[in-house]
Each structure stands twice: as structure tokens, then as C-alpha cells.
Write a new protein. Structure first.
Length: 60
């Protein structure tokens, strides 16, 4: 699953596998979750800050 996320700092495209997407969806929908979502891709840690997320577009 690919996500196009518009933040305060610009547009980002993230590719998530099914497990990571499930975790992301739970994180974004839960108002009591922590502010940072982190996942691994190609050996690097990528993170998103919930307060900076403005628009999420789901791309297949």
C-alpha cells in the first residue's frame, strides 16, 4: 500500500506492507496513540509525526 501524506513540511510518499499499513491505520485513527509512527523500509527507520499530518491519500 502506498500513502501520499501531506504534512506541514510538504508531500511525502510512503510504501507500507500489509502489516505496517494495519499498524498505521490503527495509529492514525486512535486519538490516544503516541505522536510518532515509525516503520522500517530498506534498512532505514522512517517516521511520521501525527501533529504534522494534514491530508492522507491512499494509493494502491
Amino acid at each position: 500500500m502506498k500513502l501520499e501524506i501531506t504534512t506541514k513540511y510538504g508531500c511525502q510518499i510512503h510504501s507500507l506492507n500489509d502489516y505496517q499499513f494495519k499498524q498505521f491505520k490503527e495509529w492514525i485513527e486512535n486519538p490516544n496513540s503516541r505522536n510518532i509512527f515509525t516503520y522500517l523500509k530498506d534498512g532505514y527507520a522512517w517516521s511520521l509525526a501525527k501533529p504534522s499530518v494534514e491530508i492522507i491519500k491512499y494509493i494502491r
